[in-house]
Write a protein that binds this ligand. Structure first.
Ligand code: SAM
Length: 246
């Protein structure tokens, strides 16, 4: 996957590319990140890339020309994404779809955003992190690149862990525990040290269904549970209610 990221803060993207699994995937050439400094595409001597909004009012707008030039210079831009609070909300299934592409160009907005004509001419998809506003698209681009990259084969060593992640199968992940077995009078569930893998799998499935029921019941409306899963969830709910009554 080749990411092109257009930004006025390439140093943010470069710092991000120098850490953790993103750094390793770059080294292994599974992904590449081309951070494009928008200011290099201006003719004016102060490298300004923004101007006032036509019609008046507060805030500046990123101008058409430098963005258009920067996109035109990319050899193979692939799908052009503008990160914006007005876009389609990012989901795990969207990340899956994007992870199958070879080239993505990500445009990071700043100030009031970008000249609307950029969206009209160059942008294939507008994507949002959620219904809130942050100051720039850079942090959003990092979310996008991390979310997509970990789905690309070879990036994350244990692919099994990804298959069990929340949202991968429409439900949430099960709870995890690590050493020590007991701390502050809290013990881990016995089944996890029973050595019985079948029982552990069943427990995890039940917990994953139960966590989804507790935290995100809306998700359960969109998954078709097998008879076995339905039984596990019913058991979880019964046990949970019994425990609540105590
Ligand atoms: N005036 C714009 C609006 O209300 O729709 C908000 C501009 S915001 C201050 C500046 C930039 O941050 C946007 O152009 C976009 O690139 C990025 N941004 C802000 N919120 C975002 C979100 N929820 N998802 C993705 N990008 C976001």
């Amino acid at each position: 996957m080749k990411y092109n990221i257009i930004t006025i803060f390439p140093e943010l993207i470069n710092a991000f590319a120098n850490v953790g699994f993103i750094k390793h995937s770059l080294k292994k050439n599974i992904i590449s990140i081309n951070s494009i400094d928008l200011r290099k595409y201006t003719d004016n001597k102060h490298n300004r890339v923004d101007d006032k909004s036509y019609g008046g009012g507060p805030g500046m707008v990123l101008q058409y020309e430098p963005i258009a030039k920067s996109i035109k210079e990319i050899k193979d831009p692939g799908t052009v994404i503008y990160l914006s609070p007005q876009g389609e909300t990012l989901t795990q299934s969207k990340l899956k779809t994007l992870s199958l592409k070879n080239n993505l160009t990500i445009l990071c907005g700043r100030y009031e955003g970008v000249d609307q004509r950029i969206l009209d001419k160059f942008v294939d998809e507008e994507l949002s992190l959620g219904d809130y506003v942050i100051s720039g698209g850079e942090t959003a681009s990092m979310v996008l690149v991390e979310g997509i990259s970990r789905l690309i084969p070879g990036v994350v060593e244990d692919i099994e862990s990804i298959k069990r992640d929340s949202f991968q199968n429409g439900i949430l992940d099960y709870p995890h525990f690590t050493k020590p077995e007991e701390i502050d009078d809290m013990k881990i569930p016995d089944v996890l040290i029973s050595g019985n893998h079948e029982k552990i799998e069943l427990w995890r499935k039940k917990q994953a269904l139960g966590m989804t029921w507790l935290k995100r019941p809306d998700l359960l409306k969109n998954v078709k549970l097998s008879k076995e899963d339905d039984k596990l969830l019913k058991e979880y709910i019964l046990e949970y209610k019994k425990h609540e009554q105590k």
